[in-house]
Structure formats: C-alpha cells, structure tokens
Design a protein around this ligand. Sequence first.
Ligand SMILES: C[S@@+](CC[C@H](N)C(=O)[O-])C[C@H]1O[C@@H](n2cnc3c(N)ncnc32)[C@H](O)[C@@H]1O
Length: 273
Amino acid sequence: MERPAWAPRSIDISVPSVSRIYDYYLGGSHNFEVDREAARKAMEFMPGLPKIMQANRAFMRRAVRFAAEQGISQFLDVGSGIPTFGNVHEVAQAARPDAHVVYVDHDPVAVAHSQAVLAGNERAGVVAADLRKPQEILASPEVQQLIDLNRPVALLLVAILHFVEDEDDPYGAVAELRDALAPGSLLLLTHASYEGMPLPAERAGGAVDVYKDIRNPLIMRSREQIARFFEGYDMVEPGLVPMPHWRPETETWDPDDEDPWAYSGFAGVGRTA
Ligand SMILES: C[S@@+](CC[C@H](N)C(=O)[O-])C[C@H]1O[C@@H](n2cnc3c(N)ncnc32)[C@H](O)[C@@H]1O
C-alpha cells in the first residue's frame, strides 16, 4: 500500500485507527481502506454512526462559541482528532481573534495533520500526549507557552472519554485536569451511550465489538456514569442532555426534524466555582 505524505512513518497503516475511522464518518480524506472497512462493519450494527458524529461536532462548535461568549479565550482540546471541517481553533478564533488553542491527541496522524493545519498560527499548538497522563499534558511546552493556567480555560473532552476504560481511571484523569484549572473554567464534554439510541443495545452492540477487535474498546456509559465526570463542576443550563438539545442556535429548531441517531449519547458543559 502506498503511504501518502500526511501519514507519518511511525504508523502501521494496515491496522485501523479510531481517529481515521472517525475522519471517514465525517467525510474526511485522512483514512485508509482498513479504516473504511472497520467503519462500514460498525455501521452494519449502528447505521446512524455518521449522524451521531455530526451531532457531536455540531455540539462542539456551539459549546466553543458559548465559551467564547462567556469571555473564555483559552481552549485545551484533549482527543482533538484529525482536523476536519469547523475545527475548534477556527470556531474559537472566529469568535475571539485573541483565542489560544492547544490540541492534544495520542494518534500520530491527528498530531501530524494538526501541525500542518496550524502552521503559522501563533496562538495555537498541538501536543502528542495521552489523557491518561494529565501531568504530561499540563507540563508540555505548548500548554506552558499558550495557556495561562491562572486564568479560566475551556477544557474539551469531546468524544474521547468513551475510549478510556475504567481500569485506566478516567475519573481520576478528569479530576486532575479540573484541579489544575483556574476557577471559572469550563468542561465541554460528550460521551457515547446506549441511552437514547434508536436500537436496543443487543442489536447495536456489534459496532462496539468492532472497536474491541481493533483494541480500542468503546465504553458505553450510562447518563449517570457520564454525569460523574462533572464532579466539582456546576452544570451550565440545560445540563447533561442528548446532544441536539444543548442550546440549539436556531429559533426554528424542532426536535422532530432531527435524525433519531443524533440522540445517542450525551453532551454537557460545567463550570468550576
Ligand atoms: C472520536 S475522535 C473525537 C475527535 C474530536 N474531539 C471531536 O469530537 O470531533 C476521538 C479522538 O480521541 C483520541 N484519543 C482516544 N484516546 C485517547 C487518549 N487516551 N489520549 C489522547 N487522545 C485519545 C483519538 O486518537 C481520536 O483522535
């Protein structure tokens, strides 16, 4: 298989990756046939996967605009993924040209492509690091240079925590990051769940098995388990809700017009006191 210029030498392009599968669902071009095959297999069980991803991205953009309106000018996006349409730095810097953005991902393609997209942007950077090691994220030169931890930060954990298994202590990692942030910081979060999905878990579960097969298990958590990630945060209205319900921006928005798959998973924003 020929290796395109954007694929770092270090990656095994014969093994599917979570970030490239996600890129495929969103209509991106940074994926290989192995990724597309895994994505198509997962879609046999959850045909609405691309709709879930689109609802996730749409929430992310609304929540970033909300944070900017609240006066936040620093964004730390952990599990930022392969840049695609409407990225955090574009939305944040369109709302506030002074916004500083740091992307963090452990996937080499996500990091390499973010570097390419951010070239020349002095207020944005990317770190290759793992959410399971929050201190490495905080100590990275990019965070040290671009983020003032004495001022409020919007921390994005968007569609990442469902890739962190309980044995890797995702609640501990989220708490460590919360404790490092100044009062008035925001947590912007989405998480996959069987709750709200238009198919019973027994039928949709085959998609979860695809991620298990590629050694990146997808952990479906209940609304209650997801709410626990907001410990130490006050929830911003309307709380932890299905993604399309979080502050829709159009007045004519009608829940009945939304694709039923968009209601799989939860979104919320919390603020530290
Ligand atoms: C589904 S994508 C979400 C991308 C983006 N946040 C969004 O919502 O559009 C999940 C991303 O999280 C990254 N990821 C998964 N586990 C991670 C970890 N432990 N540390 C850092 N990144 C991780 C993956 O590489 C992937 O790029």
